[in-house]
Design a protein around this ligand. Sequence first.
Ligand SMILES: *Cc1c(COP(=O)(O)O)cnc(C)c1O
Length: 401
Amino acid sequence: MSQKRFSKSFTQQEPLPDDAIEKAVTVMQSGRLHRYNTSGDDWSEASLLEKEFADYQGRKYCLACTSGGYAIHVALRATGVSPGDAVLMNAYTLAPVPGAVYQSGARPVLVEIDEHYHVDIGDLLAKARESGAKYFLMSHMRGHIADMDAVKRACDDVGLILIEDCAHTMGASWNGTLSGNFGRVACFSTQTYKHINSGEGGLLVTDDPEVAARAILYSGSYMLFERHGARPPKETFESLRLNIPNFSGRMDDLRAAILRPQLRQLDANCARWNALYHEMERCLREIPGIEVPERHQREDFIGSSIQFRVGEITEEQISGFLGKCEADGVALKWFGEDEPRGYTSRFDSWHYLGDLPDLPRTRAILSNTFDMRLPLTFTPEDCRVICEIIGENLIAAKQRN
Ligand SMILES: *Cc1c(COP(=O)(O)O)cnc(C)c1O
């Protein structure tokens, strides 16, 4: 144990802003919680959120739905993924991503990552050729944005449709372009641990009218799609409306109402996350044996969590290190653990995918990768205390064999 103890919770979010709470109360008092239960010509909160998020992203169309994972499933279907199709995806991601591919009936083809947690483009190209895949579902996992110029080039070279999972990159950009504006369609999550918080929720954006119309129909719009806030022209729906099943996954107006004020605070909050990240990064780098991945100059990421690796450490020492940190109030996650815990999950835990080829590079990188959330309830001083605890416990753990 270290001399210090940290007593704040790594899962404690800030309260919602007052205007979000007021708006929620208004919606509840109205009794009109369903997005199509509007009175007269009123726009629903969900439709307004769609308009505002489409504007924020600079995309034409947006669909608000029940979760990020749902948005990914619908994005796959809407871009034409059919049962049996191969879908490439980086192997370092969160469990809802392979789940969404599985739900679409497609066959995930896992791609290696590199030591910066980015997709390994050489392996992407090799696996695209090998599998004949036409789709690449790319997670900017834990906010790490790969060189998107290189990714786009690779996709163009082998004819891959790019679908972005931006669960950790809402508000982040590569070389001045917002994440989510590189692929044909992009998916965001508004689940509590992401950048705007409605408990659960998802947003899908695209400039492709057919993809947007299909996504809206899949989400369960009945024949009320004209009431959507950022939708393609009515004609686009004509040939599709009787051919797309209703996968009921609409966002309700209560959640949309609390998200709209948060969207207005998003950029300011991103700056606050980055202040925490940079302080944590600076202190972690002072600890011998800890490596925090370098970020590319063109990557304008949001540091809502931080990842680091520890060199030359045995599994036993890792267990000791994690135990000591936990006793001192520092909740670290270890992506190398065989047994998934909390949100950590390695590709070989997804048994329902059947036998998959091993990914030695990804496994090696994750074997000593640690992860920490940085909620906005933390201060830069908290980051320094956390680092001290990590540093002392790492040294102590490494002295034992
Ligand atoms: C959270 C997350 C999702 C899915 O979000 P839900 O809204 O929880 O379904 C997808 N991808 C990544 C990388 C995530 O972290």
